[in-house]
Design a protein around this ligand. Structure first.
Ligand SMILES: [Zn+2]
Length: 368
């Protein structure tokens, strides 16, 4: 009998057990620390949106500090720059006469509002850490208690979704508005995916229609990814017009959702400013010739920026600034309310480019 083999097995077994205990202890320490930290951060739970508020004394820029995902540095493991919202806001405060008191403070949509955007079954599924881990691609979340996962990722998305609705309402009053977040264009009535748990675009359209404030809505989606969420939500809806420009070589390749797009600008990977801006310049007037919207929802994703590992396009910072200006120019010339949502954009440099672009819009159209 080969006793050497047995000895080796016994030693390996006890070494494995030891390692297991070390991992288990380490895991328990992390979980308890996270639980204590969650208690200490104490996110508010009853900060709900008031649909009757007026925006007359406000600059229609919407933000809340809770837009930013913070959790003991673990967020750094995700490719998303989770503090970009805060960085944009601070740069706007520093470089313009925007004052904190005049900004519209976002709040969460309540259950009634959320039920306009999602079915009950899907909303219930958001209580599961597994669902949130799948949607956000943050694998470690599935091991967390559901309350903790909701606090880490769902709360910021709730605030940003409420922010999108408030911005749309402000745009109806003031002609334009920018939510410094939102644009969850992969989320639909029955599903969330691609870091989009809540369908803020669907919520805007359904709420404003129900309130009798809009009928025709144009969605201009210039994020690097196809906006399959709102496209699925409005398939066959003649009162919703969708212009979508995206890299056709990346996620989500949603063929069913594509049938909902009125003007497609399908780009090859690593397309640069010239082709992107030329095609957009042709498409925008065609869209307004074919459809007269009461509101424009503009998803200004900056994952089209050169170097973005997920967007895989090669648009320069100047190209992004020109793009936003092109869309705003048409909306303002035609006097159609426009609400801008930020969409994707995953590099450290995005926040500065977005702030620069908003400041350019302010200068060109005397916004604030
Ligand atoms: Zn994207």
């Amino acid at each position: 009998m080969n006793t050497g083999f047995l000895k080796c097995l016994i030693i390996n077994n006890s070494a494995m057990k030891k390692t297991k205990y070390i991992y288990l202890t380490f895991f328990l320490i992390i979980i308890s620390s996270l639980l204590i930290s969650a208690k200490l951060t104490g996110k508010p739970t009853n900060d709900y949106l008031n649909v009757t508020q007026s925006f007359s004394d406000k600059t229609p820029i919407v933000y809340h500090d809770y837009y930013n995902i913070r959790f003991w540095g673990l967020e750094e493991f995700h490719p998303f720059d989770t503090k970009k919202y805060q960085r944009i806001f601070h740069e706007l405060l520093q470089k313009s006469n925007l004052s904190e008191e005049r900004v519209i403070v976002a709040a969460k949509p309540d259950k009634h509002l959320l039920s306009l955007a999602h079915d009950k079954k899907y909303l219930k599924s958001l209580n599961s850490s597994w669902t949130l881990a799948r949607i956000t691609e943050l694998g470690f979340l599935r091991f967390f208690p559901s309350k903790l996962s909701r606090d880490i990722v769902l709360e910021p998305m709730l605030y940003q979704t409420g922010g999108s609705l408030l911005a749309a309402m402000a745009a109806m009053e003031q002609g334009w508005a920018i939510n410094l977040g939102g644009g969850y264009h992969h989320a639909s009535y029955k599903n969330g995916e691609g870091f989009c748990a809540l369908a803020d675009i669907g919520l805007i359209v359904r709420y404003l229609r129900q309130a009798g404030k809009v009928n025709n809505v144009m969605i201009i989606d210039l994020d690097a990814h196809q906006g399959n969420g709102h496209e699925l939500d409005f398939i066959g809806d003649k009162n919703t017009y969708i212009l979508d420009a995206y890299n056709k070589e990346i996620y989500p390749h949603d063929i069913v959702a594509k049938s909902s797009i009125d003007i497609k600008i399908e780009l090859l990977a690593f397309s640069s400013d010239k082709i992107f801006l030329e095609r957009l310049e042709k498409a925008l007037p065609t869209a307004f010739h074919e459809f007269q919207p009461d509101l424009i929802i503009y998803i200004a994703g900056t994952d089209i920026l050169d170097g973005d590992p997920l967007g895989a396009l090669a648009i320069s910072p100047e190209g992004i600034i020109k793009r936003d200006e092109m869309v705003f120019r048409l909306a303002i010339e035609k006097q159609i309310p426009i609400v801008m949502l930020l969409g994707g954009g995953y590099q450290q440099s995005n926040a500065h480019i977005i702030a620069q672009s908003i400041l350019n819009l302010r200068d060109k159209f005397d916004l604030f």
